[in-house]
Design a protein around this ligand. Sequence first.
Ligand SMILES: *Cc1c(COP(=O)(O)O)cnc(C)c1O
Length: 465
Amino acid sequence: MKYISTRGKAPALNFEDVLLTGLAPDGGLYVPETLPEYSKEQIAAWSSLSYTDLAFQIIQPFIGGCIPDDDLKAIIDDTYVDFRHPAIAPLVQLDRNEWILELFQGPTLAFKDFALQMLGRLLDYIVERRQQKVVIMGATSGDTGSAAIQGCKRCSNIDIFILHPYQRVSEVQRRQMTTVVGDNIHNIALRGNFDHCQAMVKASFADQSFLPDGRQLVAVNSINWARIMAQIVYYFYAAYAVGAPDRSVSFSVPTGNFGDIYAGYLAKRMGLPIEQLVVATNQNDILHRFISANKFEKHELQHTLSPSMDIVMSSNFERMLFDCYDRDSAAIADLMQRMNTETVSIPDSAFAKVRGLFDSYGVDDAATMETIASVYDASEYLLDPHSAIGVKAARECRRNTATPMITLATAHPAKFPEAVMKAGYPHAPALPHHMSDLFDLEERYEVVDNNIKDVHAFIAVNIRA
Ligand SMILES: *Cc1c(COP(=O)(O)O)cnc(C)c1O
């Protein structure tokens, strides 16, 4: 299996190289050159596999022979050992034919664990084999940082530096990053906001001369293909539980960078009978405005009760548009250029494909709180604000009540105590047992000025030999 850039001017790579690369050198994103497609019989044959056995079947073709099957199996089996639920991704019923897929049973209580627990292990395996060491540098507004740290903490060949905006992440989120012990783990609290953190990481990728000889930076944000790949699995797994492939299934997905729902789109193209894919956004609703009216227009960032979906531009959307443009990379390169500076609409033929694939709905903070409250009233099930957006959008967009509608619950409510209390929940939701000492553990982080020299000096001193 080869991977090609959406902008057509970068070399094709194999899985191993795509894992170690972020953005393609032409500014595009890597996607598989061809996607495996499965018959209904083939899909039915996997229906009773365990989560990890299913993951092996789905992921193996994407590895393209870069990792021997036995080693890949071992990596996948190890990936989910720290998940607290034997089903890994359990379903909970909210109403007749309406379900919640709990993707927050991993070590950091957000769905990003599914991908980052695997990414850390894949990276460690590959760089060990190449007798190389790499440096992960990432910016976080909360969930990505802790999931990346947890995913890489045991990786002897990786030093990890996570930048978060000083005093601007929630206490639970900060402690989930800063209490993890390891001499390869470094938290930088940057005196700035999330955009400054991202700009710092971007500039560091562009000029890596501050690193010791032979080291390179690796990206852990959702432009990394391996993260998308790992997320395809739970769409299949959940669909089987409600009767696929004999029955069609619909999904509603709380969306920020379009990574999670893009994996659902791939599952559909691989043959899973998905009837509706609902793009659920918060007030940062560029995707909803585009999908409903073919107008791609950047608005100022708004801070909402669902901070992990607070984005201006969704990076992975380019991967999907690439297909809707019949993989015309020159047209995509031109479109992405224009999207940065002006309001754009896309040709009718491409837009018809987008509309055929996705429904969308934008949910503001008031409706988010209302949904948390009404679902709790009806069933005593407590949603986090991101998952509540998914449930609300599912209910608004649903066309066929005979088809099971599954909303992806992307975070545990204990991660966002202020939001659920604002919605009327009487106290901060309890953290799961394994995290009950979070507020007693010692924190480690370095406050650094928003200055690239200071950040690079800190990294250079702390990289292990
Ligand atoms: C990252 C995140 C999202 C958004 O996922 P994308 O793949 O960026 O669309 C939604 N909810 C939570 C809790 C997250 O951490």
